[in-house]
Design a binder for this molecule. Sequence first.
Ligand code: ACM
Length: 545
Amino acid sequence: MTYSMALPLNFLENSLGVADIYKTPARKAHQFLLGTPSEAIAETQPSLGNIIPLPAFVLPVERLSGAESAFTLKAGVHISVVPATAELKNIGQYLAERLNVSTGYEIPVTAAAHAPAKTGIQLALSDADPTLGDEGYLLTITQRRIFLTAYTPAGIFRGIQTLRQMLPPEIESPAGIKNSRKAPWSIPAGTIRDVPRFSWRGVMLDVARHFFSVKDVERLIDLMAYYKMNRFHLHLSDDQGWRLMINSWPQLATYGGSMQVGGAKGGYYTQEDYAHIVEYAQQRYITVIPEIDMPGHTNAALASYPELNCNGAAPPLYSGIDVGFSALCVDKEITYTFVNDVIREIAALTPGSYIHVGGDEVSTLSVSDYSRFIERVQTIVQSHGKQMIGWAEIAQARLSPSSIAQHWKDKFAQLAVQQHAKVIMSPAQKLYMDIKYNDSTQLGLIWAGYIGVKDAYEWEPSTIVNGVTENDILGIEAALWSETIQTMEDIEYMVFPRLPGYAEIGWSQAKDRTWREYEQRLASHGSRLRALGVNFYPSPEVAWK
Ligand code: ACM
């Protein structure tokens, strides 16, 4: 049988997982392609095996033909896009830039005719399979051609990340080919058909406790994108700082944003900065979720505008790391004017569907006052055309089914599910990246224990809260709180290497995941992270390569 695009693509849609396919020998794989169920028998190492997150289905071609076969990346290769929309050309350009920086080849992006090009790399939406969904892709590599198809541009973008990881690590460094023993670079032939398990695969960055520049945020977004994550939650306000200019309440940023933890100078994003971050993320098919934490975690706002306090007196700015002490005055009408103005301005800058309103750790309000506040805020968020997200405490209030509770501790998520609201899983003991790896980690906190690299990987989102099951869960989100995090190097050290594991929990099927196998793939990412210049924690749990 010749290996071509005529290959029946739905052969991969049966229930065989990647582990089974790896175990399928050539002869059996032929039968498999022809629709005959094959019995799985143990065989050799996977050849397409260093991809994180683990793809849903991988079929190396040598298992089919017995022949060694690979695509070789050479000068003169083209990237063609079908159809030649501005969006697909941009995605093609994104791939070309990555290849060009490391190889110096000056690979052009061209509009393909309807028929697929005979050689080169083709990115195509045409005739794509709708079962690939919002982010899935089909990547076929032959000796002459790389063919990446998807139902959406986002799917093409996710597939490009897979392609990057199939090339040697030097692909990630400028002029990396000069230092590569493997040049010219090749990619083993085969097919990957890949779709994510969860639609929500997020990272949260706290820019309130310490402020981070737009450049830092861009870098984190790029690193998330490399692991196919798709939600970026910006924790924009807290007791220690307000980090986004609100034109109708400017002192929030100019005064409330002037400090950070420890008392040093803070900072804030202008609305142009924020719009740039949103666009930068959008170009990587990542949705930005802005969070304004309320009614608690509001000292910076209360310090900026005395009228938001029940006693009309502004407290001083706060540079410590206690929680729970502040609250907006929920009985004053001006509070709701304030909330409406803030949410109106942020909603106008945010194309994504969601506004996060915090709602965590309010020790100074009764449950009924708290709930009344959250219910009014929910109405305000909806009046600006958005869905409300809050930390799971919000489920004590009456939630619309369209609102979303983010679990971090306790059992409030059960109340959300009872109200038919969906849940994002961020259990602190697994997904808080500011928690130390172990007792020798210099940065970070320990209130949720320690989270080693294996601990971060080896758990299952649907078994964390009783009664909150797969169908209730949108996905997962890893959070980096920044009480002790001051620089991009600090961010990278706490985020990596836990993030690739989180990406895999969000993307890959639970039945395909084992620490033993994942640890080997993660080890191979050591050289990739080094090529990307990432200051990762070289955990002794992993035999780094
Ligand atoms: C939280 O960690 N206070 C959501």
